[in-house]
Design a protein around this ligand. Structure first.
Ligand code: ACO
Length: 278
């Protein structure tokens, strides 16, 4: 086919509160070109504060989630433009992965197929990750002569135990979805045919929860990893107080339904947000 237009490198639709965003270069195994990186940032921008979007799912068209960076368009062609070209391409890719890490809405990676190298950036950017048993994960950088850059080494050590991360990075051997779940790269692995149903189930549970609390919680879990206990304790007090100023009534309603109405138990599920009057 002729070269895909920039706007066509990412596909998305919103259904029942869930934004389904797809890497959409199946003919190039959804490898991340500068065009795709620019388009993904635009799509994330467009969806982030929409009232009809409560959860974002990132998946891939065809047999791939993403085959990592586009070795031709991201590496070879930008290097040919000199250091400025390389830095620009890095800003464009790292930029949308960072945007994902701190996205306003909860995000879920639904890894349907190949996931290599640079793909670990958006994988870590998503708050939760679910893979097909048949998916394939690999830090293939060593196989073509570079180190796992663009955050991939960091992602490996953030998500996997040290020995697993080192083996994974040095050996260039792939693992399937089940092993990725055992090693901590994803939350769960399911047969491909059951993957979307499980992701929809998880997203639907998230949609029922207080959105201010979800954003405060996802940020807290990422931030406290790098803090001492005392710093974390202090940060969490400030974060809750800041969340209260956005949403004074939600948590009061949550307490009310439990203590006064006895209509639910927080230990067993979320309060009914439709009964909140303000
Ligand atoms: N960069 C550029 N082009 C790619 C990439 C990539 N990362 N991955 C696939 N393609 C292209 C192929 O060149 C091919 O293009 P063509 O049809 O114009 O020849 C097309 O996508 C289809 O690829 P095939 O290799 O034919 O697909 P297949 O299904 O047999 O294999 C696989 C899939 C295993 C993913 C293979 O394409 C592959 O090894 N890709 C590279 C994976 C990789 O190492 N990525 C880089 C990680 S390191 C980093 O991101 C920093």
């Amino acid at each position: 086919m002729t070269d895909r237009s920039e706007s066509d490198t990412v596909a998305f639709e919103v259904r029942n509160g869930i934004a389904w965003v797809k890497f959409n270069r199946p003919e190039k195994r959804n490898s991340m070109s500068p065009k795709l990186n620019r388009r993904m940032m635009e799509v994330l921008d467009a969806l982030e504060y929409r009232d009809d979007v409560g959860v974002l799912v990132l998946t891939g068209e065809g047999t791939s989630w993403t085959a990592g960076m586009d070795l031709k368009e991201y590496f070879r062609e930008t290097e040919a433009q000199g250091l400025g070209g390389t830095r620009k391409a890095q800003r464009e890719s790292y930029g949308w992965w960072r945007r994902l890490r701190w996205y306003q809405k909860p995000t879920i990676a639904m890894v349907n197929g190949w996931c290599f190298g640079g793909g670990y950036g958006p994988l870590f950017g998503c708050d939760l990750a679910f893979a097909a048993d048949e998916a394939t994960f690999g830090l293939s950088e060593i196989n073509w002569g570079i180190l796992p850059g663009g955050g991939a080494s960091k992602v490996a050590t953030e998500l996997m135990p040290f020995r697993k991360a080192m083996y994974h990075a040095l050996m260039g051997e792939n693992i399937d979805g089940r092993t990725a779940a055992e090693w901590g790269l994803v939350n769960e692995s399911h047969p491909a045919a059951a993957l979307e149903a499980r992701v929809t189930e998880v997203a639907t549970i998230l949609l029922a929860k207080n959105p201010i609390a979800l954003k405060a919680t996802k940020d807290a879990i990422r931030r406290v990893r790098e803090m001492t206990y005392d710093n974390a304790e202090d940060y969490l007090i400030r974060a809750q107080e800041a969340a209260n100023s956005f949403d004074n009534e939600g948590r009061k309603e949550g307490i009310r339904q439990f203590i006064d109405d006895k209509s639910y138990k927080p230990g067993l599920g979320a309060y009914d947000r439709s009964k909140q009057t303000v």
